[in-house]
Design a protein around this ligand. Structure first.
Ligand SMILES: [Ca+2]
Ligand SMILES: [Ca+2]
Length: 234
């Protein structure tokens, strides 16, 4: 198990007295160690433009969503649109083989930035990205929230798995994508792209044993699925 999965919680009281210049001197991609990165995350929490954690995990970067954030940011404390687009392109293989792929990548990156970058500074920090947990939960275990009990989360995830699975005990890209698309509100624009994105992100975040394969060829077992739901909430 990679060590980034199990970060010790840090007290949210550490988030005080930041200089506010933390977002101004961002270096694009650094390969520093975990300890240094955590220290920088603590510093970022002092930024007055970010909302302080309110009893929701103290901003600890772990679980499936923490791994996604680290993959996009390359270990830095925030990511910008270019990094997000690169991740969509190279890691998610978004719109692979489709017409106007670059335009789609650009549009999805713009839409995600508009949604995640709530303080509009061009960078998505971990506190902003945590909003993604709710979206991931809505796909993996609908009806539960960040404060739900572990048993409730596991039950919701198991029920969702059964709903998506064709009965062979493994979820495929097509199973997830088709179901998500069918559930989107009628007025949703670009339904197939929205569903594709949700399915690719779910496969990327939840799969643990097939990371050598393209995202859309990975399979999710019931154990991977319920485990990821627990990790998102826990
Ligand atoms: Ca921001
Ligand atoms: Ca798997």
């Amino acid at each position: 198990m990679p060590d980034y999965q199990r970060r010790r919680p840090t007290p949210s009281s550490a988030a005080s007295g930041g200089s506010g210049s933390a977002l101004g001197d961002r270096d694009p991609q650094d390969l520093e160690g975990n300890a240094a990165m955590l220290a920088r995350m603590e510093a970022a929490k002092g930024d007055p433009s970010t909302t302080p954690a309110e009893g929701m995990g103290d901003g600890v970067m772990d679980g499936p969503i923490g791994r996604v954030f680290q993959a996009i940011s390359g270990g830095a404390k925030s990511f910008n649109k270019t990094q997000l687009k690169t991740w969509l392109d190279r890691e998610l293989d978004f719109a692979q083989g489709e017409w106007f792929r670059d335009k789609k990548l650009d549009g999805v990156a713009d839409a995600l930035m508009a949604q995640l970058d709530t303080n509009r500074d061009g960078a998505v920090g971990w506190k902003e990205f945590e909003a993604f947990e709710a979206q991931t939960l809505a796909t993996v275990a609908p009806g539960v929230g960040p404060n739900s009990r572990p048993e409730a989360v596991e039950a919701a995830a198991a029920a969702r798995f059964a709903q998506l699975d064709n009965g062979d005990g493994q979820l495929t890209y097509d199973e997830i994508r088709a179901k998500v698309e069918a559930e989107l509100p009628r007025e949703t624009e670009h339904k197939s792209l929205v569903a594709q994105l949700a399915a690719r992100i779910a496969l990327y975040a939840v799969d643990r044993d097939q990371q050598d394969k393209p995202v859309d060829q990975r399979r999710l077992s019931r154990q991977e699925w319920t485990g990821a739901a627990r990790d998102v909430v826990g």
